[in-house]
Design a binder for this molecule. Structure first.
Ligand SMILES: NC(=O)c1ccc[n+]([C@@H]2O[C@H](COP(=O)([O-])OP(=O)(O)OC[C@H]3O[C@@H](n4cnc5c(N)ncnc54)[C@H](OP(=O)(O)O)[C@@H]3O)[C@@H](O)[C@H]2O)c1
Length: 314
């Protein structure tokens, strides 16, 4: 069912539902003391194909986690990942395209968060055999028995890889399958893929300066029962240079928003068809701001249009 608004009433219902959710990491999460107590339960969303709930803020790793594994550069990223899990996050998104990122994630998972992790990587190559080889390599780098979610990155050779992923899902070697694009490109092809195949997830770009997916892809995902992961929720960081230097409007308090990062993220995850946004950061202080969007009220439809107008006038 699609929601037209995410009202306070609905938010309270979500809190109740969160207690009964099936996400395996959630029960373990109850024992983790947050660094500062967030108000209420994390905002979670159901994956339409199973009803399993995932926290609405995840973590991207493109560029930010691409450091040489085993070096001092990993330490701040360890803090980022640990704080992400401590504060209720679960989905970590990566890809073989992101340089050393998968190896770095694997290293850092040795010391924290494995029980909370919702692992999401991608296949990014041409041909079935290479796709299988690449996915096995990624599994080794992460050190996970299997991935929760495997996307086909940028739709590259998707007709070949979807057959592999369907077979793997049927045998339980992967839990969910998906397909990605970004930067507002390839929407016609994405529409074809989502219409032809039964993907559990689709991933594309949505943020206050790029709202093209509101027209066709978000409604299509809702109609087809596909979970939606949003990449580039800060437009690669650009949103901060557009609006982030000004004070927040006072009405941002109406949806428990303390900083611009939360303003940008709450706009994205309050769209009724969005399951999860995956902002990337290399800094723990930014992570703390971002993960704050996982708590409190979300803007309703009226506030969402006010946010968009406010941003356009910035
Ligand atoms: N086709 C695809 O499949 C595809 C394409 C693009 C992206 N993705 C996925 O989506 C993720 C997110 O996209 P993205 O990394 O392109 O862009 P993004 O998340 O929109 O923006 C990341 C940038 O924002 C900055 N930032 C983060 N939090 C901040 C805060 N609180 N205050 C100020 N600056 C902040 C980061 O710098 P700091 O490090 O300084 O915080 C970084 O430069 C990627 O990492 C990747 O996992 C997938």
């Amino acid at each position: 069912m699609r929601e037209s608004t995410f009202s306070r009433r609905r938010f309270l219902a979500t809190l109740g539902a969160a207690a009964a959710q099936t996400w395996p990491g959630f029960v373990a999460a109850q024992g983790v003391a947050p660094i500062t107590a967030p108000s209420g339960a994390p905002i979670t969303r159901a994956i339409p194909s199973t009803g399993e709930r995932v926290p609405a803020i995840g973590l991207g790793t493109w560029l930010t986690f691409n450091v040489i594994p085993g070096t001092a550069a990993e330490a701040p990223l360890g803090q980022v990942l640990r704080t992400f899990f401590e504060r209720g996050g679960a989905m970590v998104d990566s890809s073989p395209m992101y340089g050393f990122s998968e190896g770095v994630i694997g290293d850092l998972l040795k010391s924290s968060g494995r029980e909370r992790l919702f692992s999401a990587t991608k296949i990014w190559t041409v041909g079935k055999a290479l796709g299988r080889w690449q996915l096995e390599r990624s599994r080794g780098l992460w050190g996970v028995p299997k991935f929760d979610l495997v996307h086909i990155h940028n739709m590259l050779d998707w007709r070949a890889h979807v057959e592999t992923l369907k077979e793997m899902k049927a045998t339980g070697a992967v839990r969910y399958i998906g397909i990605t694009t970004s930067h507002g490109t390839g929407h016609d092809e994405m529409e074809r893929a989502l219409t032809r195949e039964r993907f559990d997830f689709a991933q594309f770009t949505y943020n206050l300066s790029d709202r093209r997916v509101e027209e066709r892809l978000l409604p299509l995902a809702a109609e087809r029962g596909i979970a939606v992961v949003i990449n580039r929720p800060f437009d690669g960081g650009h949103l901060f240079s557009v609006a982030g230097k000004k004070p927040l409007p006072p009405w941002a308090r109406e949806f428990d928003c303390e900083n611009w990062a939360q303003f940008f993220l709450k706009f994205v995850v309050s769209h009724p068809s969005v399951t999860c946004a995956i902002p990337a950061t290399s800094k723990v202080e930014h992570l703390r701001e971002n993960i704050g969007a996982l708590y409190g009220r979300l803007p309703d439809a009226t506030l969402r249009s006010r946010m968009a107008k406010h941003f356009e006038s910035s």
